[in-house]
Design a protein around this ligand. Structure first.
Ligand SMILES: C[C@](O)(CO)[C@H](O)COP(=O)(O)OP(=O)(O)OC[C@H]1O[C@@H](n2ccc(N)nc2=O)[C@H](O)[C@@H]1O
Ligand SMILES: Nc1ncnc2c1ncn2[C@@H]1O[C@H](COP(=O)(O)OP(=O)(O)OP(=O)(O)O)[C@@H](O)[C@H]1O
Length: 256
C-alpha cells in the first residue's frame, strides 16, 4: 500500500491575464513541474493526539493549512477517513518555500488527494479530485493531473497537457521576500491592468516553452512581474539576464 507521495513545485513559463472574473483574474499560462524540488507527504501509523495531526514545518496554523482544508473537503465525500486520521498522522517534509510563486500549498492539496484516493481505494477520477481541490487553491487542478507541462487557463481549472521535451529548471527564491498573491493581483488590477488578445494567447499556448523563453523578456512573459516589483522593490536585486519570474513571485527561474 502506497503511503508516501512527492508533491512537486511548478513554475509559470509565461503568465498572462485574459480578463477579470469577480475578484479573480482569468489567466493564460504554461505550467511546468519542477522535477528536483518537491515536498514528501506520508501517512504514518503514529498519532497520539486522537485528532487530525499534521507534522511538518509550516508558516501557518493548522486551520489555514491547505492539507487540512483538503482533508475537511474529502471527509464530506468519504467520512471514514476521519477515523483513519485519528490513528495515522500526516508527515510533510517541506522543501518548497512558501510565498514563492512555486505553488507549494496547491501542490500539497493535490498530492494529498491523489494519495488518499489510492490509499482508500476511492477510484475518484482526476476531474473529481481537481474540482474538490480547486476550492482550496487555484493551482490544484494542474497538480492533480500530474502533467510535466500543461497549458492552464480560466482561474486554473482548465488544464491541457502540453507535450514537449522535459525541461530542467534552475530556481532562485529570495529568502527575504515573501510575495502575497492577492496583493500582487490587486496591484496589477489597479495599476498595470491589460488583457492579452485571443491571437497572442493562441500563439503562446502553441509554442514550446524553450521557444517562448527565447522570444520574451521577463516583463513580457509574466504580467505579474512589474506589479510584484512595485510592491517588493528588492526583487530587482535578483533579476538577472535571461532569468524569468514565476507566478506572483518571489522565485526566478531559467531553463538549463
Ligand atoms: C497566479 C498563480 O500563482 C499562477 O500559478 C496562481 O494561480 C495563484 O494561485 P493561489 O496562490 O492558489 O491563489 P489563491 O490562494 O486561490 O488566491 C489568492 C488571491 O489572489 C487573487 N487571485 C488569485 C488567482 C487568480 N487567478 N486571480 C486572482 O485575482 C485573489 O485575490 C485571491 O484571493
Ligand atoms: N501546505 C501548505 N504548504 C505551504 N504553504 C501553506 C500550506 N498551507 C497553507 N499555507 C500558507 O499559504 C500561504 C502561501 O502558500 P504557497 O506557498 O502555496 O503560496 P505561493 O508561494 O504564493 O504559491 P503560488 O503563488 O504559486 O500559488 C502561506 O501563508 C502559507 O503559510
Amino acid at each position: 500500500m502506497q503511503v508516501s507521495i512527492k508533491s512537486y513545485a511548478k513554475v509559470n513559463i509565461f503568465l498572462k491575464i485574459a480578463k477579470k472574473r469577480d475578484n479573480y483574474h482569468e489567466i493564460v499560462s504554461r505550467f511546468v513541474r519542477v522535477k528536483n524540488l518537491y515536498d514528501t507527504i506520508s501517512f504514518i501509523p503514529n498519532n497520539e493526539t486522537n485528532e487530525f495531526n499534521l507534522i511538518g514545518d509550516f508558516g501557518c496554523k493548522l486551520e489555514d493549512n491547505t492539507i487540512y482544508k483538503a482533508f475537511l473537503q474529502l471527509r464530506k465525500y468519504c467520512p471514514k477517513i476521519d477515523a483513519f486520521f485519528r490513528v495515522y498522522s500526516i508527515k510533510v517534509e517541506k522543501n518548497i518555500p512558501e510565498f514563492a510563486g512555486l505553488g507549494g500549498g496547491s501542490s500539497n492539496v493535490a498530492a494529498f488527494l491523489i494519495l488518499a484516493n489510492k490509499h482508500f481505494n476511492l477510484y475518484y477520477k482526476k476531474e473529481k479530485l481537481a474540482k474538490i481541490g480547486a476550492k482550496i487553491g487555484a493551482d490544484v487542478p494542474f497538480f492533480v493531473y500530474e502533467y510535466d507541462s500543461a497549458n492552464v487557463t480560466g482561474v486554473g481549472e482548465i488544464v491541457q497537457e502540453f507535450k514537449e521535451e522535459p525541461l530542467n529548471i534552475e530556481l532562485i527564491t529570495p529568502k527575504d521576500i515573501k510575495c502575497h498573491t492577492g496583493n500582487v493581483f490587486n496591484c496589477f488590477r489597479n495599476e498595470f491592468y491589460k488583457e492579452i488578445s485571443k491571437e497572442k494567447s493562441d500563439e503562446l499556448l502553441s509554442m514550446k516553452s524553450s521557444e517562448i523563453l527565447n522570444k520574451l523578456s521577463i516583463e513580457e512573459a509574466n504580467d505579474l512581474y512589474l506589479p510584484a516589483v512595485k510592491l517588493y522593490p528588492k526583487l530587482k536585486e535578483y533579476a538577472m539576464q535571461d532569468w524569468f519570474f514565476s507566478g506572483s513571485g518571489s522565485s526566478f527561474f531559467k531553463v538549463i
